[in-house]
Every structure is written in C-alpha cells, then in structure tokens.
Design a protein around this ligand. Structure first.
Ligand code: SF4
Length: 339
C-alpha cells in the first residue's frame, strides 16, 4: 500500500484507506444548514461561512435536512450563471453557452481504473472531463481537453459508477480532464449521492478562482496539482494562460491550509527548461516545505502543437534528467519521486 515516503507525506489519506478517518465530502453531508433558492449569492456565502465554521469545530449531525455539500453545489451552480469558477473569469452564462474552457454542461470523456498514477494512488478510479482552460501546446490529451466531447452522465448515475468502482478495489476517485474546475458543480452534486468512504483526488492545473477554492475547502482530500511554469511569460507562451504564477502559487498556499487536505505536486520537466524546474523547486522548498510529496516527471513528449516550437520539439535529454536529479537531491526533498 504505497511506500514509506508517501505515508509520511499523506498520513490522512492513508488513514482514510485504513478506515480510520472519513473522506471530507462525507463530513460535509453531516454539517446541517438551511438555505433556499430565493437567497442571493452574498447570503449563500454567509451561510457557507457559518457551515465551514461548524465543519472545523466538528459539529456533525446525522439528520435528514439540507447540508453543507448541497450548499456548495448550489453556490457552484449559481456561479456558472456568470462563470468565475476559474481565474479566467470569463463571465459566460453557461446555461446558454460554453466558456473559454469549452465547457457548458459537464461531459465525461471517459472513466476507468487507472494504474498509471503515483504508486500510492493506484488503482485510481479516474473520471476524465472534456474541456480545459489551458491550451498547452504539448497537451497529451488534446483530443478531449480542446473540444467538447463525451457524454452527459446524470450525477446520480455517476455516483453509482464511483461506488461500484470502490467496491471493486479503487482506492480513490480522481477527477481530471481536461480540467475538473469548470465541472465543480457536477462533481459536488455527484459526490452528494456517494455514500462510500472513497478519498477524493483533485487532479488539476490549480487555476481555480478564490471563490472556487472556498467551495473546494472541506471537499478535496488530496490536491494532485500541477506546477508547470515559474513565470507568466513562459506560461503564456506554452499554455496560453495569463497571470499563471500569482494564481497558481496563491492556490497552492491556500490549499495547504485547507481543512484536512493534503498536497501531491506534479511537475513535468520540459526540454531546454531545466532552469524553469529549478525555480519551481526553489519556490516549493521556500513556501511549502521539503517534506511535501512531489513527483518530478521526465515523461515529456512533444504531442499536439509542440512541433511548432523547436526548443521543446524533443524529449528531455539524459544530461537534463541528471541535472534535475541533482537539484532535487541538493535541495533535500525527502518525499520526492523523480523520473
Ligand atoms: S471555468 Fe470555463 S467558463 Fe468558467 S471562468 Fe473558467 S474558462 Fe470561463
């Protein structure tokens, strides 16, 4: 069940797997509140604030009434009327049209028991949504991230599929894409129908708005977040995304403080950009600590439009890999996977 490094870095996750702790979403269902559809967003956020205080104080009740998970789902749904779920804040009314992420209603491109994630996560029941707010020129999932493909699966049905996967041995449910952020309302509503104690993994580019981060607090068990770029210029060039650095670093710091959440950060090494990796690792060391679970990956392949960029139209070289290994070792990251 994973190795000792993962256990050190993700103790809460392992407690859930052993049945000694509850995944966060089940606790949200025990925080009881009252709200109604005539309330405006400000009023709903105030009730949310009260609900989060009850959650932190462990005021759990088993009774049949409205709960904090339902409230989060309701707020998320309302946010999509002038969407600001991610930091692009394109303010599209998603009841009528799709946003810059190419998501209107959530579409599931595929789902399966994934064996290709970090050892402590597999087998991971992974739900792939179509659409993404990023346009990474080397995207390996461009067939789903850059179009609106897949099926609309009712939330209740998706919940049964997740429970079934858990019964068959999935260690967690892993929401990814594309990007899960535009699908927050769907995911919250789906998990409300789930009763199995399955840990929830948020497998994301971490470009959520601050409001979306508030909704995710107390819901996510592990942020499996990408940290791709060390400055805005390079992020704009290769992922076509503005304000990357301030948004992503803010969100990692917020996620670190979230109620009973843990972090697993992934970073893909890009050819000719070891300096980018170096700066990212420096930031993690200085801001999140050296004990964090990290996965520094060498699997880069020039998919999609990478051939238009000579400097990244290749694999990472042996020398670059050795350089990165040395940097990770010298910085003293004790729970890192490299390779
Ligand atoms: S999630 Fe999509 S629709 Fe919403 S703000 Fe981001 S890009 Fe726009």
């Amino acid at each position: 069940m994973g190795d000792s490094k993962a256990r050190r870095a993700l103790p809460k996750y392992f407690s859930i797997l052993k049945g000694k702790a509850s995944p966060n979403f089940l606790l949200l269902k025990k925080v009881k509140l009252k709200f109604h559809e005539n309330m405006n967003l400000n009023e709903l956020w105030k009730i949310h604030h009260r609900g989060m205080n009850l959650l932190r104080r462990g005021k759990f009740v088993d009774e049949d009434s409205q709960d904090l998970l339902q409230l989060k789902a309701y707020i998320a749904e309302r946010m999509t009327e002038s969407c600001n779920l991610c930091e692009l804040k394109c303010r599209v009314d998603r009841r009528k049209s799709m946003g810059a992420c190419r998501v209107k209603n959530s579409k599931v491109a595929s789902y399966f028991l994934h064996w290709g994630e970090e050892r402590e996560l597999v087998p991971s029941f992974t739900v792939f949504f179509s659409g993404c707010n990023f346009r990474c020129v080397f995207c390996q999932n461009s067939d789903i991230s850059q179009s609106s493909v897949g099926s609309r699966i009712p939330e209740k049905e998706m919940a049964r599929i997740i429970e079934n996967a858990f019964l068959k041995g999935a260690r967690n449910v892993n929401f990814v894409g594309g990007e899960p952020t535009p699908n927050i309302p769907y995911i919250l509503k789906t998990m409300w129908h789930v009763n199995s104690p399955v840990p929830l993994i948020w497998n994301s580019n971490m470009y959520m708005s601050e409001e979306a981060m508030k909704l995710l607090e107390g819901f996510v068990d592990i942020y499996l977040g990408d940290l791709k770029w060390s400055n805005n210029e390079i992020a704009l060039m290769y992922s076509k995304i503005p304000n990357y650095w301030e948004t992503i670093t803010r969100n990692f710091k917020i996620a670190r403080e979230h109620y009973r959440a843990e972090l697993l950060i992934r970073h893909l090494v890009i050819p000719n950009h070891v300096e980018n990796t170096h700066r990212i690792l420096e930031w993690i060391k200085d801001n999140l600590g050296k004990d964090l679970r990290l996965n520094i990956m060498f699997q880069y392949f020039p998919h999609y439009r990478a051939r238009n960029y000579d400097e990244i139209n290749k694999r990472v070289s042996y020398e670059e890999m050795k350089n990165v290994e040395k940097i990770v070792e010298e910085m003293g990251f004790s729970n890192a996977i490299v390779g």
